[in-house]
Design a protein around this ligand. Structure first.
Ligand code: SAM
Length: 212
């Protein structure tokens, strides 16, 4: 089911400029319909964000592909931390790319829903309920960190928990509009940053995020 629609989505993100073959392959495999309500299945392969309840969304496939491409996942087993599990789709794409995925969600219901789905689909992701702005120290350092909600600042903990040579992709800005940052950790306390304008995200709420 949905094979043709998935292929059309792959064509669409490729047309829009995604070039990383591993990302394209993963988007062509992960069944996005499983991460949304049945009533929205007809929208599953449209290149749009969709509601998943609790005022949250499953990100637009192009955004998932674009941010994942920025992580530059080039070998199996790279340790990636995701902040904002949401539906679990982004984590599933990373898992499909053979990353070792750690994902944190602050909404307990979304966390439970995603972990149940991961079990059902055989997606092996380390998922935790909590405030992702604090990171996941026990498993640090991470080769990549992807933050899927907009943040007022780049959380200090996340910078610390990034491995030297690692990359962080994070939308930063005010509540209405954010710029996408690509941060590369070049040494223990040196970062190179690049700004990629054009995306907007729902707010990241937490100790180093928005207060509510
Ligand atoms: N990656 C998700 C997916 O594939 O469906 C998209 C998630 S949605 C755009 C952003 C998510 O970030 C929401 O589920 C929201 O509850 C979560 N979030 C916001 N602030 C957070 C925080 N401080 N820690 C963890 N999750 C957070």
């Amino acid at each position: 089911m949905f094979r043709v629609q998935r292929e059309e989505l792959v064509d669409e993100i490729t047309r829009k400029g995604i070039t990383d073959l591993a990302v394209i392959k993963a988007i062509g495999i992960v069944p996005r319909e499983k991460f949304i309500e049945k009533t929205m299945h007809h929208m599953a392969y449209k290149d749009v964000a969709l509601p998943i309840g609790y005022d949250q969304t499953i990100s637009q496939p192009y955004t998932v592909a674009f941010m994942t491409q920025l992580l530059n996942i080039k070998k199996p087993g790279m340790k990636i931390l995701e902040i904002g599990t949401g539906s679990g789709y982004q984590a599933a794409v990373l898992f499909e790319m053979q990353a070792d995925v750690y994902s944190i969600e602050r909404n307990v219901d979304l966390h439970h829903r995603a972990t149940k789905l991961f079990d059902k689909l055989g997606i092996r992701v380390h998922a935790k309920f909590g405030d992702g702005t604090i990171g996941w120290k026990e498993f640090a350092p991470f080769d990549g960190i992807i933050v899927t909600a907009g943040s007022p600042v780049i959380p200090k903990n996340l910078k610390e928990q990034l491995a030297v040579g690692g990359r962080m992709v994070i939308p930063v800005g005010d509540r209405k509009s954010q710029k996408l940052y690509l941060l590369k950790k070049v040494s223990e306390n040196e970062f190179e940053s690049e700004v990629i304008p054009e995306f907007t995200f729902v707010p990241l709420i937490g100790r180093e995020g928005w207060k509510r």
